[in-house]
Design a protein around this ligand. Sequence first.
Ligand SMILES: [Zn+2]
Length: 335
Amino acid sequence: MGAMERVISQMSYDMRRKRYLGKSKKQSRNPQHEIHHRAKSTSGRQVYMPVLALGGGNAKKVIGILLIAIGVILILTRCFGGSRKDAVKDINEKKVVYETQTSYENFIQDFNIEEEDLKVLLDLSLRYKQDYAHTLGVWAVESYKGGSMAQVKQCLRQYRPENEIDDFGMYDAATKLYKQFIYDIRKFPLKIRKGYTYENGWKQSRTYNGNRLHYGIDIMSDTNESGKIEVISMTDGIVENVGWNETGGYRVGIRSPGGAYFYYAHLDDYPSHLQKGDRIDAGDLLGMMGDTGYGTEGTRGKFPVHLHIGIAVKTKDQVEFWINPYALLKYTEDK
Ligand SMILES: [Zn+2]
């Protein structure tokens, strides 16, 4: 038996023993046998405090089990740490697909909706007590099929989850895509409301790194001065990427609570304290608008000063693709 097997067999033995101990703990009403007990902290919040209040013999056993368990955890993290890390791998910005797999997803990706219609849909979802993401999902499916807004309204009015059968589960799939970002977006990504311009430049052509299309929106600085305009987070979330990437320059990538990835690129600089894993609130400073990117770290001035905004969502097959943020920028700009 190798060392690993010994540890595993010891572990399963210990687990059986622990289960046994757990049983006896349950049977006993004696609070002295509680390994954990709840205590009230001075602030009045309940906290869990580990207390070893067992008798001498049991305490030794428990300490022994704990030590073995810690050992096993250490060994397992050493052996499988790599693959575990892979399983929760961060976004690979280069692998976010540009072309979606179906024309229907393509429709969602282009997100060609007037700001006014976004508001109409919000009103409809309130009136018919439907989730906003669902309302958008219905809008996407019906519009994709060529339906009018009146038809969308009809679908929402009649919609009952239990009797809704659509051929490809498209409502559901679409709703899941919108759910990843629609409730999370709170702020326009700039603090100011003048001194910038942007247009719907989705899928315009770009030539850096070969001919390609543009999968985001650029907000241009009117004065073309780097480091002057504050860029803030549109959503709450966790910092998933921060620092240099060849195309994006200094960039920050935030994973929103709903699961979408928000990509803020070409920053002049970003706050030095900002680190992967940091929690961010909507409105937090992510850096200053700049002109970095298209080269090795520190490359500047290859294009005018602007902020590139990208938003990526995941399909049920875990394929990430960019969607057009234009309508969402218009929507948040007025807020
Ligand atoms: Zn761009």
